[in-house]
Design a protein around this ligand. Structure first.
Ligand code: GLA
Length: 410
């Protein structure tokens, strides 16, 4: 009996000491919408409800987008008398529980935002010193996702701070996806696979394709800077723990070519697809980009391997992503401002992905059927070279599937 009691105590203590993150909430890269890129601090419950309506009515929910995420500035000026967080009742008069219920009733999930430091980046109260209370309140309100920022965090240990919130979320008892937003400052890819479900690998994205946006002491990253910071980290990503090159700017004012390239490259990198535009008034062109099922399938592929930049040929990048059942995604990305004619010689691309998947392209022994995912048309095969024009700042994206008709082996 005594031995049993002792064992019971040990198991119990072990469970308390070694909390784990919630499993099964991000087996493929999370998809949803976040308020920051378009609305910044200007958010309220009416907007969020309209966004939830639009998510369903516009077909985005059917395409796989699930989370409606509030970013900064939902907060009241102060916590309540017991130290629990409370929302700004002028902007959210019905309260957070009612908002979560509304979003859930549409078959969607809802996310909230906080900060590991003393204040959020928008100057609202942070979670430092209130982690367990905050996690409990988010769970009681019915949130399913937490984005956790890193402002006002001087002298706070990042591993400790993010692990503490992971444990608090676990203890609160509601599965909540944990999105870490410390901008890659402390290389979370090296230590956070057991802590968060995704981690930012970059500072903030801005509405610019190739040029940095400079604001005195800080800069917003161009789409291409986010791409270049995220691309080399592929070995750290996988089911349940994704590199996050920041939210999408598609539909916010880039050109159609740039939007298509931005979205495609995020899919090639198995990045979370968190929309940042006003989905209540999306153009047909934007909707066609962000809801394309074949392109989304590249991002959401169950193998969960982040694609690789195989090589670059005078501003033309050649990307591969191993997919389920021996398929590959193949992308040509033209970084330059002039269209580019290119002859694809598949035999130049025989390689093995030693770094992550161990998969080989084997163009010398396997013939693939090739489907053009953006432009359609007749499919072709990899036993011939293929000529293509890649528009400026745009992509060509193919899905390669081992052909039913393989050449006879000699
Ligand atoms: C930081 C984050 C952004 C956004 C703002 C909100 O800059 O990186 O994504 O959440 O804070 O203030």
């Amino acid at each position: 009996m005594k031995k049993l009691l002792l064992l019971g105590t040990c198991v119990c203590l072990w469970t308390v000491v070694s909390a784990q993150k919630w499993e099964g909430v991000a087996d493929t890269p999370p998809m949803g919408w976040n308020s920051w890129n378009k609305f910044a601090c200007d958010i309220n419950e009416e907007l969020i409800r309209e966004i939830a309506d639009a998510m369903v009515d516009s077909g985005l929910a059917d395409a796989g987008y699930l989370y409606i995420n509030l970013d900064d500035c939902w907060h009241a000026p102060e916590r309540d008398a017991d130290g629990f967080p409370q929302c700004d009742t002028t902007r959210f008069p019905s309260g957070m529980k009612a908002l979560a219920d509304y979003v859930h009733a549409k078959g969607l999930k809802i996310g909230i935002y906080s900060d590991a430091g003393r204040k959020t980046c928008g100057g609202r109260f942070g979670s430092f010193g209130h982690e367990y209370q905050d996690a409990l309140q988010y769970a009681r309100w019915g949130f399913d996702y937490l984005k956790y920022d890193w402002c006002e965090s001087d002298n706070i240990n990042p591993v400790g701070a993010y692990t503490l919130m992971r444990d608090a979320l676990r203890a609160a008892g509601r599965p909540i996806l944990f999105s870490m937003c410390e901008w890659g400052d402390n290389k979370p890819w090296e230590w956070a696979a057991d802590v968060g479900h995704m981690w930012r690998t970059t500072g903030d994205i801005g509405l610019s394709f190739s040029e940095q946006i400079v604001h005195g002491t800080w800069e917003q990253n161009s789409v291409l800077r986010c791409l270049d910071l995220n691309a080399p980290l592929r070995k750290y990503a996988g089911p349940g723990h994704w590199n996050d090159p920041d939210m999408l700017e598609v539909g916010n004012g880039l050109t159609e070519n740039q939007d298509r390239a931005h979205f495609t490259l995020w899919c090639m990198m198995a990045a979370p697809l968190i929309l940042g535009n006003d989905i209540r008034q999306m153009s047909d062109q934007t909707a066609a980009i962000v809801t394309d099922p074949d392109v989304i399938a590249i991002d959401q592929d169950p193998l969960g391997v982040q694609g690789l930049r195989h090589s670059t040929d005078q501003g033309l990048e050649i990307w591969f992503k191993p997919l389920i059942n021996g398929d590959w995604a193949f992308c040509l990305f033209n970084r330059t401002k002039t269209p580019r004619e290119y002859t694809i010689d598949w035999q130049r691309f025989n390689f093995t992905d030693d770094e992550v998947s161990g998969r080989s392209t084997s163009f010398d022994t396997i013939v693939y059927d090739v489907r053009d995912l953006w432009y359609g048309g007749k499919s072709f095969r990899t036993d011939r070279k293929h000529e293509v024009t890649v528009p400026a700042e745009d992509v060509v994206l193919y899905r390669l599937t081992p052909s039913a008709k393989q050449p006879r082996r000699k």
